[in-house]
Design a protein around this ligand. Sequence first.
Ligand SMILES: [Zn+2]
Length: 369
Amino acid sequence: MPVLALKRLPIAALATVLTAGGATLLSAISICIVIGTGPAQAEEHYEVNGKSVTAAVYQAGKILNDSVGLLQTNRNQEAVDMLLQAEQMAPDLAGVHLNLGLGLAKLGRSQEAVKELETARALDPNMPNVLLTLGGIYQSQGQVNNAINTYSDFVARFPQHKDAAKVQALVTGLKKEVADGVIHPEMMNANGTPSDNYLGELGSRAKRWPANKLPIKVCIRPGDNVPGYKPKYLAILQQAFNAWQEASQGNLSFTLVADPAQADLDCSFTNDPSGFRNQAEAGETNLFANSKGPVKGTIQILTVPLVAELPLTDNRIRFICLHEVGHAIGFGGHTSNPQDVMFYSSSVSDAFPHLSPRDANTVRMLYAQ
Ligand SMILES: [Zn+2]
């Protein structure tokens, strides 16, 4: 009986933005009103972080603190509107620029966000959250060298920070992807229009499941006993498969099976990334191939935030599912275009993710051959 020689295909690691909107990355300050008690001083004094300030700066500090809860619950537009007022009242309060930058980034307004974060950095170069957030925004924009430099500045200034090891792992991973040619940093700076697909960009990292394996048999194990799992994640993962199937215009298809032993793709949920190749990742796909192409694979989706304080939103889960399914259908590499689901980094913005026209063209072309 012939033994199928399966080899594991290399799959590039998704560089997760560690800075997408949690408490640790936001700025809150201590503010108080000191009311004089002596007979001669019955007026109010305002303090921010223990320093005497004007009433306007105090008000800005209050807005800054109120913005933390709004940003954490994704009420980003409200937060930005309020913080723009605070910025007028207290243009030198670095925390206002930090939270405003994060809010703008979450709304997808990355260039304005970078401006605010660079202002915060100039006002106070020793705020770890400014460097983390700025690095994340550069990363999610495809400005990989700026991201590496900003993260490295963070690690150098704050080697004892609780996220220092994760950030260092991220820097190492980004540098490796650059060295391996997975990331082409110069591409995003060119003004030329990118190709309408990325088959050429991926080269031999794009592999097609053989025709006799279609439809691909997919088993999705519900994560009922996995901490952080929500029943709707099952539907979200199914929708990710449907999105790629539709984009292929009938050339790629899936069928759901209940028994993992019958499945080509075994999908599960986990709250433990310790078995992942890179622990700064929100999902992991393994794909095994014989000489004909991929024939078996596994997808694991992480049900808990990578950094304890970061909320794991449904949009983030949707993005991870689309991305990992993209790997599972044969894309072993990443693109340099932040619009693509197969871009090398997750996003700071929290919008509903869709396959880009390039994602759609590429899957259609790969399976039309
Ligand atoms: Zn990836």
